[in-house]
Design a protein around this ligand. Structure first.
Ligand code: ADP
Length: 335
């Protein structure tokens, strides 16, 4: 199994023979970006070096004519001060890896669909039997059936969105859109949800337009997913703000940083690296009871990656969380 050790100095300390074959050459002694350059991967490595928390990230490589997909398990090496990190490569493009991924996914989807389906079957039986003459009970059951059907609908919608973004991930969006306007529209569309949840939404946006190359529908979906989460897991106050650095190191150019901040219970650090995995939830029961599918942040991650951006989450347990979307910004001169 390919493995690489990176020291605190960010240089490759050693790599084994399988890693040499996968990555093309022995980079011992060089900065790790000599062999690992993909932005999500360098971000994950930097984060693990900084916070000493393990995380997983996918790496796609082209070997001759074929695409290879690897899952990198990035783990801190123990030691004081930290000894560096160990990266182990798992082959997802081998028949075995792909098969396992597919099996996990099918098992997850089936599990998610079974719960509402079991409920619906139960209600149908009750309506056909004991409650067949009881009009009031029938109304109540129909309302509950409606809730379950909507849950299945949301799950199918989210699965379709996810597969659509994944299939387009390599196609860079080229429509010039005003991000500030999209944020205002999303806030307007969701205003009833905020009212019903008794949550105050504060927008701190620049006065003028903020131009990006973007897919309007997908960016809108990112905002909906993040704002819905901020309401679901927040505690009454949500702020959306933007900053416009002329140069953002990770993107090597002008960027827009969009922060969605809530004042909820927050998220413990060990969950943060896993939040964007499909179906990963901190409290599955709570997520389901609030209509969550567990796919919202996975969709956000893929949309942001298609836009060549970055998605970051930070949180202070007990105080709240900040979800940051970083996107390349078109220079003002282009307006
Ligand atoms: P879900 O449909 O469960 O909300 P998401 O993919 O949107 O799925 O989020 C995954 C998990 O991340 C949630 O189940 C929840 O545990 C956690 N989470 C998301 N947003 C927040 C937030 N603003 N505050 C605290 N936890 C959050």
């Amino acid at each position: 199994m390919p493995a690489v050790i990176i020291g605190r100095s960010k240089r490759v300390l050693t790599m084994n023979e399988p890693a040499r074959q996968v990555l093309g050459h022995d980079a011992s002694g060089s900065h790790y970006t000599a062999i690992l350059r993909q932005p999500q991967v360098t971000d994950a490595i930097e984060s693990t070096l900084a916070d000493q928390t393990g995380r997983q990230e996918n790496l796609s490589l082209r070997d001759g004519g074929s695409d290879e997909l690897w899952r990198l398990d990035i783990a801190p090496l123990s030691g004081e001060p930290s000894a560096g990190i160990l990266i182990v490569f798992e082959d997802l493009s081998s028949a075995e890896g792909l098969g396992q991924m597919r099996r996990d996914f099918v098992a997850n989807v089936s599990h998610e669909l079974r719960t509402p389906l079991t409920a619906l079957t139960g209600f149908i039986e009750t309506l056909q039997g004991p409650a067949s003459e009881d009009k009031a009970a029938a109304q109540r059951f129909l309302a509950m059936m409606d809730t379950e059907a909507q849950r299945m609908n949301r799950l199918v919608q989210d699965l379709l969105s996810l597969s659509r973004v994944e299939s387009e991930e390599r196609v860079r969006p080229d429509e010039r859109v005003d991000l500030a306007e999209i944020v205002r529209e999303a806030a307007q569309t969701l205003s009833r949800m905020f009212e019903q949840a008794n949550t105050e939404l504060q927008l701190k946006l620049p006065d003028g337009p903020v131009w990006i190359n973007g897919d309007r529908d997908q960016i809108t979906q990112v905002l909906h997913n993040l704002l819905e989460n901020a309401v679901k897991y927040g505690a009454g106050a949500v702020t959306v703000s933007m900053t416009l650095p002329e140069r953002e190191a990770a993107l090597r150019g002008p960027a827009v940083l969009l922060d969605i901040r809530d004042n909820g219970e927050g998220i413990e650090a060990h969950h943060l690296p896993r939040l964007t995995e499909r179906f990963y939830r901190i409290d599955a029961h709570r997520s389901r009871s609030q209509g969550g599918t567990g796919l919202g942040l996975a969709i956000v991650k893929h949309v942001v990656s298609r836009h060549r951006g970055r998605f970051r989450v930070s949180s202070v347990p007990g105080e709240g969380s900040v979800f940051t979307v970083v996107l390349p910004r078109l220079p003002d001169a282009a307006t």
